[in-house]
Design a protein around this ligand. Structure first.
Ligand SMILES: O=P(O)(O)O[C@@H]1C[C@H](O)[C@@H](CO)O1
Ligand SMILES: Nc1nc2[nH]cnc2c(=O)[nH]1
Length: 290
């Protein structure tokens, strides 16, 4: 992060040509040509264990690619086959709170676009706002509320990625959501797979009690520190998007409650429950028509 360009108001931009170079660099290193990309959130990177014929590139070996600095994010691009489909997995992401500009945070998504990815799955660990959610539940994301104060689409618009004013009212593909909920039912997961609204604050602190109460009033079901910037650029460049949260903790809704949110609990729940997320994602990939 000592980059000179990373200066004024965190507005470092990354040009189409720079991203094209990164995409070409990656494609020159792998044989796989996937149309599906999957971003694995905190503690969800074990999905990589299900990928066959792996070709792995650590982020720090890709010039210009942002590197994950948070535990639970391995920082590897994994190409291979999942349920007979070619895929590229991001085993870990980067977040704005790590100090990356919004544009740099979403560079991997735009790189995927230029590598030929048409469908993007985004996953994350999130705090449950909805009082009916339990730790370990999953939530298919139907919409989001961007409270992060950042938007990677701010700045000069390059039409080669997409339009100046992209619509966002149907960001999360309704057919993929229906398919995922149907699969959850078939797999006997219906009791712990919900559909709901995800919100993002920039972090890195967990929310105050008042913030959580406000989110609840606003109709938010789960909250986190990622995903929305990725979805904004994915939709901007016309990708189909599917999003899923693993509820790793219940947010604190009572003033002066002794227990507090912590990243260890997030990773621990990921460790215990991510197998269900993996199974659901794998079945969805299997049934996907690409
Ligand atoms: O990358 P995700 O959104 O899964 O990670 C969440 C948000 C923070 O990075 C971290 C907090 O424990 O988990
Ligand atoms: N902002 C936020 N991010 C999370 N990631 C996992 N749990 C949480 C949470 O409670 N709040």
């Amino acid at each position: 992060m000592s980059d000179d360009k990373h200066t004024v108001q965190n507005m470092e931009s990354v040009t189409f040509e720079e991203i094209q170079q990164i995409a070409d660099h990656i494609l020159a290193k792998v044989k796989c040509r996937p149309k599906l990309g999957i971003i694995c959130g905190s503690g969800l990177g074990k999905l990589a264990d299900m990928v066959e014929d792996k070709e792995v590139i650590p982020y720090n070996e890709i010039p210009g690619f942002p590197v994950s600095t948070v535990p639970g994010h391995a920082g590897k691009l994994i190409f291979g086959t999942l349920k007979d489909k070619s895929v590229v997995l991001m085993q870990g992401r980067v977040h704005c709170y790590e100090g990356y500009s919004p544009q740099k945070t979403v560079l991997p998504v735009r790189t995927m676009k230029l590598m030929g990815i048409k469908i993007l799955f985004v996953t994350n660990a999130a705090g449950g706002i909805n009082r009916n959610y339990s730790v370990g539940d999953m939530m298919v994301i139907k919409d989001h509320l961007n409270l992060s104060g950042v938007n990677p689409l701010v700045g000069v618009n390059d039409e080669r990625f997409g339009p100046r004013f992209p619509p966002m009212s149907r960001a999360y593909d309704s057919e993929l959501r229906k398919l995922a909920l149907g699969i959850a039912k078939e797999m006997g997961f219906a009791d712990f797979v919900h559909e709901g609204v995800y919100s993002m604050m920039i972090g890195p602190n967990f929310e105050t009690v008042t913030e959580c109460r406000l989110l609840s009033m606003a109709g938010v079901d789960a909250t986190g520190m990622s995903t929305i910037p990725e979805v904004l650029v994915a939709k901007h460049c016309d990708m189909k998007v599917f999003g899923m949260s693993l509820i790793t903790n219940k947010v604190i809704m009572e003033y002066d409650q002794e227990t507090t949110a912590n990243h260890e609990e997030v990773l621990e729940t990921g460790e215990k429950r991510s197998k269900y997320t993996q199974q659901l994602i794998a079945e969805l990939v299997k049934k996907l028509v690409i």
